[in-house]
Design a protein around this ligand. Structure first.
Ligand SMILES: Cc1cc2nc3c(=O)[nH]c(=O)nc-3n(C[C@H](O)[C@H](O)[C@H](O)COP(=O)(O)OP(=O)(O)OC[C@H]3O[C@@H](n4cnc5c(N)ncnc54)[C@H](O)[C@@H]3O)c2cc1C
Length: 474
């Protein structure tokens, strides 16, 4: 029986190991830490449920929903609480409701643009000019900031696009690749001559569908109705995948320190032993895959090293509800960098999803660091907690001390899809193609979200299984 070693037990590596096992291949999963899930971590504190990494995923990308259903977890999936599907944005020091009728970076109608309280009149007029702006025909990549400034103006970038995007990519919009992150906006510009026009058309189409029984999205920034999680927290998925692996195949606290091509396949060295495998799946941040592959293929390692990563920190607080002055009638807030605060966003976790805290208790999850604030992600947990609490005191009027805090960082965990990303990934794929018994997956290539990582793992393992089987037949 063929043996494949998967390196890294985050959602990418676990999905790959599960698919390989399903295909009847002997699999060993080596994970450096003492737990599965990578950046995913759900922690119980009394009756509260805290998320130390991601707290949800977008259900419109099917891979995560399909996997959850396949694992029998469908009935444990919950959506954001109805009735609070709105959020806030900091505007000159005050939390304002994110306006309805916007799709991420663009208004879907002139009415929505006029009504928004988070742009000045000159800013609104400039944004409205998007309808008449010329179309960029060049095929070269462009930064998200460049695109937004060009079409909607600087105020729209600072006040809308930057904070909306930072919450997803923890990125510097001046460097973020439009082609790799929001290619739909390029299509909208090219096909309709204007993003606003394209969105208006789409909204009309959806309204038409709604009249004939379809669904219409009442967008207020992100479409909150799409975000889902598990009743028992995000760890439900990695835990279920790990439970499906055969006994002895998952090895925790096994950091891989060496990877070498040998005649019969691969030699994988950990801090405690040396293993042999017919094939390897490297399911790590690209820089970690680069380190392991350097002795085997310097060019490939160099190409992998070109994908940059940023760190992020999450601080969870448990408060009594009456310690918070703010109305808490939304799922959280995003903070534009121009506001010069030290956090990217916060969620009212106990409002966003059911079952996160008992009545009268509030769980608040603060997201910090990223490309624009790297020092915070590197700070010790006490310092992160101090900063996050200071910010919450100012932003939502927290009184007294929290009942519980939990802070943690994810160093070098958030891939940054910089301008030229698609070319860099194509080069990596081409170079990796020379190693038919190697698959390189993780969040560095085809999407950072959990569904993207799962899809990427599914596709890469399917191709690897095909290659292994064709070798078997030959
Ligand atoms: C704070 C935060 C919030 C996020 N929020 C969301 C969200 O709400 N929704 C969403 O869809 N996505 C979110 N993301 C993105 C998403 O969670 C990640 O992109 C995804 O989980 C990455 O999974 P992965 O398996 O590729 O990598 P990782 O989770 O980074 O896993 C890599 C694993 O490899 C292990 N490892 C590293 N080196 C070695 C080695 N040498 N040997 C063995 N093992 C090794 C690590 O210990 C780790 O377990 C968030 C990310 C972060 C950090």
């Amino acid at each position: 029986m063929k043996h494949v070693i998967v390196i890294g037990g985050g959602i990418s590596g676990l999905s790959a190991a599960y698919r390989l096992h399903q295909a009847g291949i002997r699999v060993t999963l080596l994970e450096a830490s003492g737990h599965v899930g990578g950046v995913i971590g759900s922690v119980r504190h009394g009756d509260c449920l805290l998320e130390t990494g991601p707290d949800c995923w977008a259900s419109n990308k099917p891979a995560a929903m399909e996997l959850a259903n396949e694992l029998g977890l469908g009935d444990q999936i919950i959506g954001t609480r109805a009735g609070v599907r709105r959020s806030f944005i900091l505007h000159h020091g005050t939390l304002k409701r994110l306006p309805e009728g916007f799709f991420l970076i663009s208004p879907m109608s002139i009415k929505a643009l006029i009504k928004t309280p988070i742009l000045s009149w000159p800013g609104k007029i400039r944004m409205g000019f998007e309808l008449f702006k010329g179309v960029r025909r060049a095929d070269s990549d462009e930064s998200l900031a460049g695109f937004v400034r060009r079409r909607f103006g600087k105020e729209a970038l600072d006040r809308i696009a930057q904070p909306m995007i930072a919450g997803i990519y923890t990125a510097d919009p001046e460097k973020l690749s439009l082609k790799a992150t929001f290619p739909a906006f390029i299509d909208m510009e090219r096909k309709h001559g204007s993003v606003i026009k394209a969105l208006r058309k789409r909204a009309k189409g959806e309204a038409g569908k709604a009249q004939s029984g379809g669904e219409v999205s009442k967008a207020a920034g992100p479409r909150y109705g799409l975000f889902v999680t598990f009743k028992g927290g995000m760890s439900t998925l990695p835990d279920a995948l790990a439970a499906r692996l055969p006994e002895g195949s998952l090895r925790l606290n096994e950091r891989v320190t060496g990877l070498k091509r040998i005649d019969e396949g691969w030699q994988v060295t950990t801090e405690t032993e040396t293993l042999k495998a017919d094939a390897v799946v490297s399911a790590l941040p690209a820089h970690a895959s680069a380190t392991l592959l350097r002795d085997t293929d310097t060019e490939l390692a160099d190409a992998l090293s070109e994908i940059e990563y940023a760190g992020a920190a999450v601080v969870n607080f448990v408060f009594d509800r009456d310690q918070i002055t703010h109305s808490m009638d939304g799922i959280g807030a995003v903070i534009p960098a121009v506001e010069r605060r030290r956090i990217i966003a916060f969620s009212y976790s106990s409002v966003k999803f059911e079952g996160r805290a008992p009545e009268g208790t509030a769980v608040v999850r603060v997201f910090m660091g990223g490309a624009l604030n790297p020092e915070v992600a590197k700070a010790p947990p006490d310092e992160q907690t101090r900063i996050a609490l200071e910010e919450l005191r100012t932003l939502i009027g927290v009184k007294g001390e929290p009942k519980f805090t939990l802070a943690g960082s994810h160093q070098g965990a958030m891939a940054q899809y910089h301008v030229g990303h698609l070319d860099r990934v194509a080069k990596i794929r081409e170079l990796a193609g020379a190693h038919t018994t190697l698959a390189i997956i993780g969040n560095g290539f085809d999407g950072v979200g959990i569904p993207d990582c799962i899809r990427n793992a599914n596709e890469a393992t399917a191709a690897l299984i095909k290659r292994i089987e064709s070798e078997r037949e030959a």
